[in-house]
Design a protein around this ligand. Structure first.
Ligand code: AMP
Length: 418
């Protein structure tokens, strides 16, 4: 069932959103992107003549009530965006009465799901090493089912629009789906967009496919690199991991970021790329700095020969051209992780060259997905977010999806593919 196929007229819909927005010390929202992201789904339900029960987590209250993480703080903003009043349920597990009284067009916002440990389903106050842990975990899983069943009892239909938590098997993101038949559960619009974007780079690949992996360390990206190795034509590895590769090949990298225990891994990646016929693009020259600051002195050197007191902080001019060449004619592009310390304007040139080439390819019809933490900040810094095909909102969820892992929040609705 898709959200567009469903008519919510006269139905009560319980919708899992990600309203985990940042708040200042006075409880004021500092960035409401996540609320705006869920609006198309929420508005469709109201426009159809349905009533809405909205549920979300906020922060990490660890199973306890914490007023600083109360969703009551965002109630008025949600009401403003929806253009209608919003009721509030102080305890998400005791909202049956309020849910039952909802009329078409009315909205009920539930209090933070994570005030109940059952939401995450992890036993609290007991160490993993404790012999009683397994029994406690089993008991908590049962309680989680009950909690999910209670939430499910409020509504006729379940919609999951929280991609940011799709990689978690929580009561509201996955377990709850068991209490709805297949025609009464679906993904929301935001979630559909994310899933389609991931499908475009993992399943419906148009070639050539270029993936750009950057950031600080190879160790945190290895799962993704391995999964992509079977799919891509060009693999650009950039950012801090450049120097682990250079050092592994016998280069001198000065004070550059370098994972000395990952040399074997780096050499193995080079070998695998050769075996699989993947064009692996590694930087040859870099911008080196004599200090980790925007005002540092800089010079362009070989990645294999960074002077002792200097560190590589960005891709050099020859490297930028190589990267752009591998991107410009691609038909599918994935970008995760910057090519340098882009937070400093003077070291953002390599990332900018990548962003510009992605925009050029997108204009020529390529599908480009930018996602996962810092690359989103990077594309926003350049003001180019609306010139790529899709900027993902899901950090951990996106990375796990690209690693090829099945996301519980999606499998709960679509069925497992494995
Ligand atoms: P990650 O979270 O692994 O994607 O890493 C992102 C971070 O990597 C950003 O904050 C960048 O500043 C940083 N980064 C990129 N290139 C380098 C580099 N050459 N040296 C140090 N940090 C880098």
């Amino acid at each position: 069932m898709t959200i567009d196929q469903y008519n919510f007229n006269g139905k009560k819909a319980i919708v899992r959103v990600d309203f985990n927005v940042p708040l200042d010390e006075n409880g004021k929202i500092t960035d409401d992107t996540r609320i705006r992201g869920a609006l198309p789904t929420l508005k469709k339900i109201l426009a159809d003549g349905g009533s809405l029960i909205i549920m979300s987590h906020m922060g990490k209250p660890k199973g306890k009530v914490n007023p600083k993480m109360s969703l009551s703080q965002i109630k008025d903003t949600v009401a403003q965006y929806l253009g209608t009043e919003v009721e509030f349920a102080d305890d998400c597990a005791k909202a049956a009465q309020q849910a039952a009284e909802l009329k078409p067009g009315q909205v009920l916002l539930l209090e933070n799901l994570r005030f109940h440990p059952e939401e995450e389903g992890k036993p609290v106050g007991i160490d993993k090493e404790d012999p009683a842990y397994d029994a406690a975990k089993k008991e908590m899983k049962e309680r989680q089912k009950e909690f999910a069943k209670t939430l499910a009892s409020y509504a006729d239909v379940y919609v999951n629009d929280a991609f940011g938590t799709a990689h978690r098997r929580h009561a509201s993101t996955a377990v709850i789906a068991d209490y709805f038949d297949k025609d009464s559960k679906m993904l929301g619009y935001l979630m559909e967009k994310e899933v389609n974007a991931v499908d475009a780079i993992l399943k419906d690949i148009k070639r050539p496919f270029t993936a750009i992996m950057g950031g600080s360390k190879v160790s945190t990206k290895i799962g993704i690199i391995e999964n992509l190795m079977d799919k891509v034509d060009n693999l650009i590895l950039c950012g801090g991991m450049t120097y682990t590769f250079a050092a592994a090949k016998g280069g001198k990298v000065g004070k550059s970021i370098c994972e000395t225990d990952k040399f074997d891994l780096a050499l193995d990646i080079i070998k695998k790329a050769e075996e699989k016929g993947v064009n692996l693009v590694l930087g040859t020259d870099c911008v080196a700095a004599d200090d980790f600051s925007n005002d540092a002195n800089t010079m362009v050197v070989s990645c294999m020969d960074v002077p002792a007191e200097w560190e590589g902080v960005d891709a050099g001019p020859v490297t930028r051209e190589m990267f752009a060449d591998a991107i410009r004619d691609a038909k599918t592009i994935l970008w995760n992780g910057p090519a340098g310390v882009f937070e400093f304007d003077n070291f953002a040139g390599g990332s900018r060259a990548i962003a510009d080439a992605i925009v050029e390819a997108t204009e020529k019809g390529a599908f480009s997905l930018v996602g996962g933490g810092d690359s989103v900040a990077c594309i926003n810094k350049f003001g180019l977010a609306d010139k790529v095909s899709y900027v993902s909102t899901g950090g951990g969820a996106l990375l796990e999806a690209i690693e090829g892992k099945e996301l519980p929040g999606i499998a709960a609705i679509r069925g497992s593919e494995k």
